[in-house]
Write a protein that binds this ligand. Sequence first.
Ligand SMILES: Nc1ncnc2c1ncn2[C@@H]1O[C@H](COP(=O)(O)OP(=O)(O)OP(=O)(O)O)[C@@H](O)[C@H]1O
Ligand SMILES: [Mg+2]
Length: 313
Amino acid sequence: MSRIHEALKKAEEERAASQGGPSQPSFAAAAAEPPMTAAAEESTAAGMPAVGVPLGSAMPSFASPFSLDALLARCPQLPWTPDQKTMLFFNGDDNGRGIEEFRTLRSRLYHAREKMALKKILVTSALPKEGKSFTAANLAQVLVRQHGRRVLLIDADLRGPRLHMMLGTTSSPGLADYLQGGSDEFSIMQRGPMENLFFIPSGQEISDPAELVANGRLKFLLQRVEALFDWIIIDSPPAVPVSDASVLAKACDGVLMVVRSNATPVDMARRARQEFPDQVLVGVVLNGTDSEAMSYTRYYYDAQQKNVTESKS
Ligand SMILES: Nc1ncnc2c1ncn2[C@@H]1O[C@H](COP(=O)(O)OP(=O)(O)OP(=O)(O)O)[C@@H](O)[C@H]1O
Ligand SMILES: [Mg+2]
């Protein structure tokens, strides 16, 4: 986790040197040493009852209720009106600020995926307002920009849901309805104008988010639909004040930690990091670096390159 520590330390240094609050949508993204896990990435029609078939007998065939056809038929297309300022891939400017950093983040995740099963990623941070939802939404968009990739974005922040506002769509029905047992998988999903991007909003307001998130149905939901998607990106509440993120992480393959440049106290970032086992932490996103700090971004990548070179020699 040394790179994570390096990124956190750098964020703290930047905070100390800061003249004012950050506002630019630019990032330094750092992949941690990727862990190895034995979890299988692909599942078939998960959730279907297992059927034992004696050798030599004809295989019974089942039409899976979780096919692509079913997804497309049942998932409504809605007229989203994404926030043009923060939803970077909806405004048609492929060279806008922050876009390149999200592409870098994407390629780092693909590298990590070469060494571990990585499809379901939880995006979290230590404290509120550090850019978790911003990062989750833009990460889902950059992943879907690759031809043929299908991505599911889930708003699992049942305490302060924001993704539906960022995407300019409805918040219900959604995850809370499913976790309460009132809706099925496809009836809580929606899609907008971006091909292959699917979204599960938070759903109706509820009074017991911690209990709902921990009731096991999220894992069940993911098992049932994950074969339909290349990536599943899950937004979460902050990890230090409430336990939801560490519970949610148990249903995911990896955790991406957002650190807000000039804002996240390093001790808080460390506390958040301790909420998750080492092997699920796939990287740190340093959010909100300003234009002057772009040199830092470059420096950080250079530093990583140097480490790689040094460790090889
Ligand atoms: N890099 C950025 N550039 C511009 N605006 C940003 C950036 N990061 C975050 N924001 C904005 O800052 C605000 C807080 O970000 P966001 O909602 O993503 O934080 P959060 O960590 O999800 O907060 P919460 O803990 O309340 O869910 C939002 O209005 C978001 O659009
Ligand atoms: Mg949020």
